[in-house]
Unconditional design. Sequence first.
Length: 401
Amino acid sequence: MLAPSVYLLLLATQALGGHVVKQDATCTVHPSGNFTDDSPAIVSAFKLCGQGGTIQFVNQTYWIEKVMNTTGLNNTIIDLQGTLLWSAANISYWLQNSLPTGFQNQTSAWFLGGNNITFDGHGFGTFDGNGQIWYDFTKGVSNLAGRPHALTIWNTHNSTFKGIRFVQSQMWTMTISASSFVDMLDIFVSSTSNDSQPARNTDGADTLDSHHITFRGWEVHNGDDSIAMKRNSSDILIENSIFYTGLGVAIGSTGQYPGEYEAIERVLTRNCTFIGTRYVGYIKTWTGVQQGFPPNGGGGGTGAWTDSTFSNLTMQVAQITQCTTFSGAVGQCDTSTMQISNITWSGLKGNLLASSVASLKCSAAAPCQDLKILNSSFTFATNTTGTYSCHAVTSTEGFTC
Ligand SMILES: *[C@@H]1O[C@H](CO)[C@@H](O)[C@H](O)[C@H]1NC(C)=O
Ligand SMILES: *[C@@H]1O[C@H](CO)[C@@H](O)[C@H](O)[C@H]1NC(C)=O
Ligand SMILES: *[C@@H]1O[C@H](CO)[C@@H](O)[C@H](O)[C@H]1NC(C)=O
Ligand SMILES: *[C@@H]1O[C@H](CO)[C@@H](O)[C@H](O)[C@H]1NC(C)=O
Ligand SMILES: *[C@@H]1O[C@H](CO)[C@@H](O)[C@H](O)[C@H]1NC(C)=O
Ligand SMILES: *[C@@H]1O[C@H](CO)[C@@H](O)[C@H](O)[C@H]1NC(C)=O
Ligand SMILES: *[C@@H]1O[C@H](CO)[C@@H](O)[C@H](O)[C@H]1NC(C)=O
Ligand SMILES: *[C@@H]1O[C@H](CO)[C@@H](O)[C@H](O)[C@H]1NC(C)=O
Ligand SMILES: *[C@@H]1O[C@H](CO)[C@@H](O)[C@H](O)[C@H]1NC(C)=O
Ligand SMILES: *[C@@H]1O[C@H](CO)[C@@H](O)[C@H](O)[C@H]1NC(C)=O
Ligand SMILES: *[C@@H]1O[C@H](CO)[C@@H](O)[C@H](O)[C@H]1NC(C)=O
Ligand SMILES: *[C@@H]1O[C@H](CO)[C@@H](O)[C@H](O)[C@H]1NC(C)=O
């Protein structure tokens, strides 16, 4: 009788794409190398070695033509030595088959998750979403239904992702959803367009329904939120990172779903550098009155952003913060009941490219409280001392509206 690994090898070669060699608890995926779909081999490696084993990707390029759902892993090591390259040759396939994330009608190319996962890219293992094709196809439309996120880390606990490069993501790069105690370390993200179509909605990372998430040692170049906290995210640490060209650290958007309460609590951003981002940290909430429907309309939800700090940041940005309660809609500005309180910016230094330091258009229905800008020194690209514009802000420290 054949040994199991040999048997699997023979079985796998019947498929057109890559194949898996299993030895003990390690599954090594070998790509076809000729642009035939390697996703069936990858999914089978996770099935064979995703409970207490290792999934090994060699230093070659894998070609992925189909969605993948590899959730429910346990005590699993994923070792990425090569490049995972997503096909965008069949746009209609992705529009029809991308996996729903349960938020803003958005979808994903890959759902990955489980307990005690170590995903190591060693600083060179790469996700390549072939994003230029998507940027050209969407022509700047923000939420095109079915345009996939690169990766959704779902229902994942006590896990580490490190040393991974994400280039040219199809849309949002990764969302950490329904997860806790996940460390995202030394991650490089670059999604930029080489023509006049913007790399819009290419967030570096988003958190959703997740707690105790650490982002350390990130470098992000993109055309949207560098890292964003959405619906029910708490105890988030972002440190020792550098952000280029995007929008900076974002809270929201929140309040898009009528009747839902969304809390963003205890977000600490420290020792980071922001170069050419629009903001350091900003919040966008929907109006308290619903106007239209998700994904591109909404409002009427409520919630809170509290107890968060931005400290020891170096920057060259347009302004440090903007709080706006009427994202995407006209009027009804004073209706949001999203409570923003106890937010501190401290130890900031660097150059502001405009005269506005902060623009805080809060809502009269729930004024912003305890906003502090402390121990900071700015220089300005223009001849100004800086302005702070406020609406419905009840208490400030370190600055005057
Ligand atoms: C691609 O490679 C696989 C094996 O990895 C092989 O089965 C298949 O025939 C090749 N396809 C083409 C078009 O060369
Ligand atoms: C991966 O392979 C390429 C050639 O295909 C080589 O240039 C590169 O150094 C290899 N990287 C590592 C980390 O082994
Ligand atoms: C994970 O695997 C360990 C060891 O086999 C086992 O004790 C534990 O119950 C598993 N956890 C889950 C969630 O399957
Ligand atoms: C986590 O998984 C690794 C193998 O990937 C294992 O060595 C370790 O014991 C696991 N930790 C726990 C707490 O189960
Ligand atoms: C593209 O995907 C669509 C939808 O899944 C499918 O019907 C069609 O056959 C695919 N086209 C090619 C060339 O594979
Ligand atoms: C992924 O697979 C799991 C297990 O089969 C299933 O429960 C889950 O709904 C799937 N997720 C998506 C987004 O399809
Ligand atoms: C988005 O999903 C919501 C439910 O979550 C649904 O009511 C709405 O019709 C969907 N919108 C679109 C444009 O598909
Ligand atoms: C995560 O680890 C903590 C402590 O190490 C443990 O108490 C908890 O059960 C683990 N969570 C899961 C989902 O395995
Ligand atoms: C601050 O972050 C940089 C990386 O951007 C790192 O080299 C440095 O060690 C960090 N400083 C502290 C005090 O952690
Ligand atoms: C304000 O938030 C900080 C964390 O940013 C926290 O340490 C402090 O206790 C909070 N203050 C109040 C009054 O809740
Ligand atoms: C900020 O920097 C100061 C001096 O460089 C240091 O004492 C302090 O611990 C730092 N704070 C944080 C939160 O990193
Ligand atoms: C800067 O503005 C002040 C007051 O508006 C003005 O007196 C001063 O001449 C300006 N300096 C330059 C270099 O334009």
